[in-house]
Write a protein that binds this ligand. Structure first.
Ligand SMILES: Cc1ncc(C[n+]2csc(CCOP(=O)(O)OP(=O)(O)O)c2C)c(N)n1
Ligand SMILES: [Mg+2]
Length: 297
């Protein structure tokens, strides 16, 4: 093969395909739970992805994309996306082309030209807390982060165990997704759900606590309190022209302990099969790394 540094990128569109991958590859967050522990996986990439993944994209000489629309979260600027590489993208709406491609994967059987390094090394209290929680989780758990900094940090840092599912409303990014998502996920599967919700997102669908309580669902909710819309504040800070506009982003939410009592939920940070809720406060919930508009990834 004339290429020395081939790289495959797999997205959630390929979830139902039985890919026999034997070459270095990156995954999108949509399919991170399926491939996190794969032998050839080199990590995630994109504007909040791993530095290692973004570095490999700059080094590869041949990039094959499958089952991913490579949206703005992955590629903020197409002109700067791997200009050195020959690129092929496969759309799953054309299965015969995908079949041909799959036949070629063994032929691409890769030189192991690149390493995986720890995806995210950020050492702040919220990242350490996510680490710790992910270690306590079971392999059958479903993890549904909400949006904002909280959701993003969980996607960056959750140490996935084989069998776990990790998802949210992805790039539609609907605040308030986690609680109704958790109800649907546990009713459909009978599995326990760990719901990790920002204080702003909680208030979008707080009424769902009543459903969780009444149906006695195995959902453990963690509310990250950071005094408002952290993600918006970070974006406004990064995009300097918006500086000082974020007044409406600062607000308080009711005591989570009192909410637990009002909705008849256990107030605990221990994982269990009973419905529970717990509030945890962090001063600094800055996402890192996060691409700054106009800069190199
Ligand atoms: C329904 C809806 N409204 C607005 C937004 C834009 N938005 C994205 S993140 C965010 C702030 C989220 O705040 P919070 O849930 O407290 O999470 P944090 O960023 O503070 O961790 C907002 C307003 C959105 N994604 N969805
Ligand atoms: Mg918040």
């Amino acid at each position: 093969m004339k290429y020395k540094k081939p790289l495959l990128i797999v997205g959630n569109g390929a979830r139902d395909m039985d890919l026999d991958i034997q070459m270095p590859f990156l995954y999108t967050w949509g399919i991170k739970d399926k491939y996190f522990n794969h032998k050839w996986a080199k990590g995630d990439f994109g504007i909040t992805g791993s530095p290692n993944g973004n570095k490999l994209i700059k080094e590869a000489d041949y990039i094959i994309m499958i089952g991913t629309r490579m949206d703005t979260h992955q590629v903020p600027d197409w002109d700067k996306f791997a200009p050195q590489a020959y690129k092929e993208a496969y759309c799953l709406e054309f299965p015969h082309k995908v079949d041909k491609m799959l036949v070629r994967i063994p032929e691409l059987k890769g030189p192991a030209w690149c390493k995986r390094s720890l995806e995210n090394k950020t050492d702040t209290p919220i990242y350490r807390w996510v680490d710790k929680l992910s270690k306590q989780a079971d392999k059958d758990d479903i993890i549904i982060p909400d949006m904002g900094q909280t959701g993003c940090i969980v996607f960056q840092r959750w140490g996935l165990k084989e069998g776990q599912r990790l998802f949210n409303g992805m790039n539609h990014s609907p605040m308030g997704y986690s609680l109704p998502g958790a109800i649907g996920a546990t009713l459909a599967t009978g599995r326990r759900v760990i719901s990790i919700v920002g204080d702003g997102s909680l208030m979008m669908n707080v009424q769902d606590l009543q459903t969780i309580s009444e149906l006695n669902l195995p959902i453990n909710i963690f509310v990250v309190k950071n005094g408002g819309y952290g993600m918006i504040k970070q974006t406004q800070k990064d995009w300097k022209e918006f500086l000082d506009q974020g007044v409406a982003c600062n607000f308080k939410v009711p005591s989570i302990k009192k909410l637990a009592k009002a909705f008849n939920l256990k107030y605990t940070n221990k994982l269990s099969n009973e419905p529970s809720i717990y509030g945890v406060t962090f001063e600094d919930t800055t996402i890192s790394p996060k691409w700054k508009y106009g800069n190199e990834l």
